[in-house]
Design a protein around this ligand. Sequence first.
Ligand code: NAG
Ligand code: NAG
Ligand code: NAG
Length: 485
Amino acid sequence: MGIEKSISLFVLLGFAAVGVSGTPDYRDALTKSLVFFEGQRSGKLPPGQTLNWRGDSGLSDGSAEHVDLTGGYYDAGDNIKFGFPMAFTTTMLAWSVLEFGRQMPKELDHAREAVRWGTDYLLKASSALPDALYVQVGNPNEEHKCWERAGDMSTSRPVYKVTSSNPGSDVAAETAAALAAASLVFRHADVHYSNKLKETAVKAFAFANKYRGSYSDSLSSVVCPFYCSYSGYEDELLWGAAWLYKATKNSSYLSYAKSLGINSDSDSFSWDNKIPGACVLLSRDYLVQKNEEASEFREQAERFMCSVLPNSSSMSVKYTPGGLLYKMNGSNMQYVTTTSFLLSVYSKYLKASKQTFKCDNLVVTPAQLRVLVKKQVDYILGENPRGMSYMVGYGENFPRRIHHRDSSIPTIRVSAEAVGCDGGFPFLYSDKPNPNILTGAVVGGPDENDNFADDRNNYAESEPAIYINAPLVGALSYLAANFQL
Ligand SMILES: *[C@@H]1O[C@H](CO)[C@@H](O)[C@H](O)[C@H]1NC(C)=O
Ligand SMILES: *[C@@H]1O[C@H](CO)[C@@H](O)[C@H](O)[C@H]1NC(C)=O
Ligand SMILES: *[C@@H]1O[C@H](CO)[C@@H](O)[C@H](O)[C@H]1NC(C)=O
């Protein structure tokens, strides 16, 4: 009786804390944001898999080229393994751990596991270096005509690669960035693995740099418009060099990064454009380590901050009436999470170096950056005009009809028979909720007026993606540490 009483009191107080302070449960959201990655796994699933509606899939991926390319992540609601966004996702998961690993003690192992599921695959994709890098499994034009579970895939699994004669500096340098960042994640936890990641990163970067070109030129029909390298490959050379510099401490990579002479006013950071991320990453060398060589990156990083801060006269992005950063009508949430991540990191660097900066006359403090991060992440978690959480399984009111094949089709555990290429379409067009909850998935999100359809066919709003969640892992850890319930 006494115990029961204290439990109910605890529960009451818990609810009171949420209601009064308006602070979401960032730790719960953090746990869920990582569970999501289990739901995107390709390959043979491990015993610890908690999202048990997903089955094994893609078990002969790579056989078309006589290599083992099993494992890795599906990018979003389909069953293609796109190497370019997968590598970016892995880099962002690793960066999240490097900056905020101490703020996620309970989730650190899960975050490392999520990184490793990516890097185990990227190491396989790198097995033919220095001659080739495997960059994709599956033809999206063919696969997108079907709606079936990954485990039942009936479409062919062609393997695509970049080589010296069909180069892909963008995808190769992003792969190098992912391997280098992950080598730092495992530098104490698994020294052998860490060294292997670092050595492979050096090779992938040398390949990217030696054979210059964009992978969209030779692979246009299967990577465009899906993950076309719209911004070219120079931004990935900068980003890759920045991560190689961090991982190897070899200053020739910093000199190389400077020699690219990139000077950008970009206000968006994504799987396509890495410049703001690279500049924030390298600004730490100037701010915290007082390395004058990196001062130009600090300047560019601050131009990025000024381009997104609502009170800055040089703001170039838009916000919805409800206060959500709004870049575009497809998968907009990816810009919300990447921006929130960079603001979190920059706020941390400024605080560590006891600095502020200016956007014209506006003096910006670490606390102001944090306010904007909180506003954006709180919006995702339900503090918005519709009272809708855009993270599946978080809160009461969340998207029920996400654009995701395995989430929308009854699991093999319920119905073992393969649905076939066309057999899943009734589930796509049904207005019933998805039978399988893809816990932690953050969807593309509302339109520019804060409206959201929760319609499986509206993939621009209802499709989740691995590169939406990865930066959110870092931002949630940052907020969990700064705003305790
Ligand atoms: C630093 O990296 C450059 C470029 O990859 C390489 O040529 C050089 O040998 C490296 N230096 C050291 C000390 O490892
Ligand atoms: C997104 O906006 C573009 C340009 O305004 C428009 O052509 C396109 O149809 C919109 N897409 C969706 C899914 O609303
Ligand atoms: C912008 O200015 C308003 C009014 O001074 C302030 O309340 C708000 O916190 C500022 N926003 C940010 C993101 O700094």
